[in-house]
Design a protein around this ligand. Structure first.
Ligand code: SF4
Length: 248
């Protein structure tokens, strides 16, 4: 896919405020459809088990029932999220779960960035490699919080891996409108008032922006786990180099 002619965050926010929900739905479907036409089975949908992922998955399934997905889970996910994950993979067995086998514990207390790298970022790399993904689709939205204002619908950050953010310009209320209109089942935690869902020790009910309840009390507050900010594509050459070195 080529990067779009939307070069600034201002352009993106004009779309947030200038399009109706139905126009946004059409735009998101077009983006997924174009990507699926280009990448086929090398396109994979990431699923965080949150409300935004529910919308992206529902849209993707309208494009093609053959589209596959993946979930990264951690030992620290709330029981409600684990229950929802089980419901989801029972209903959509084309979704594969990835989890780190690291035995590191409590790292979130002293080094949340390191903990997220082990339990979220690295399993995401593994999933993308497993599916030989050339395009991954996410539920990132530019109005979620301070760290999400400068993304584009199509990102070419990693060489050989396109990132598609098809609902980038949707607002929170439009997510809930869509889910209600399409009777999409969501994680029970939303009933308690959570607006952004993560691991139990790092997620609180908050009154600020959507992501302000994440990593409260740390320098990472309202921030990112790293899957949207760090390189994800394992380069073939570097893997070959590692195996050559291992054989020396
Ligand atoms: S959200 Fe918290 S518990 Fe989960 S991986 Fe990141 S630091 Fe660890």
């Amino acid at each position: 896919m080529k990067e779009q002619n939307i070069t600034t965050s201002e352009d993106v926010f004009k779309l947030v405020n200038g399009l109706t929900l139905n126009q946004k739905i059409e735009r998101s479907l077009d983006l997924i459809n174009d990507a699926y036409n280009e990448y086929g089975d090398n396109l994979i949908v990431a699923n965080s088990l949150g409300k935004d992922s529910c919308v992206v998955w529902d849209l993707a399934k309208q494009v093609s029932s053959d589209i596959k997905g993946f979930i990264v889970t951690t030992p620290y996910k709330p029981k409600e999220t684990k229950q929802y994950m089980q419901y989801f993979v029972d209903r959509y067995p084309e979704t594969k779960i990835f989890q780190s086998d690291s035995k590191v514990d409590n790292l979130y207390k002293t080094d949340p960035d390191g903990c997220c790298e082990i339990f979220k970022v690295e399993p995401t790399r593994e999933a993308l490699e497993h599916f030989q993904s050339e395009c991954w689709v996410t539920g990132l939205r530019c109005t979620e919080g301070r760290t999400r204002t400068d993304y584009r619908e199509i990102e070419l950050r990693d060489t050989g891996l396109t990132k598609l953010n098809p609902i980038l310009i949707w607002e929170e209320r439009e997510i809930w409108q869509y889910l209600a209109m399409n009777s999409v089942k969501v994680n029970e935690l939303y009933r308690d008032g959570y607006r952004s869902l993560g691991c139990t020790p790092c997620t609180a009910i908050s009154t600020g922006d959507e992501r302000s309840g994440r990593w409260v009390g740390s320098s990472k507050c309202g921030g990112e786990c790293g899957i949207h900010t760090r390189p994800l594509k394992r380069q073939k050459n570097s893997l070959e180099q590692i195996s050559v070195e291992a054989n020396i």
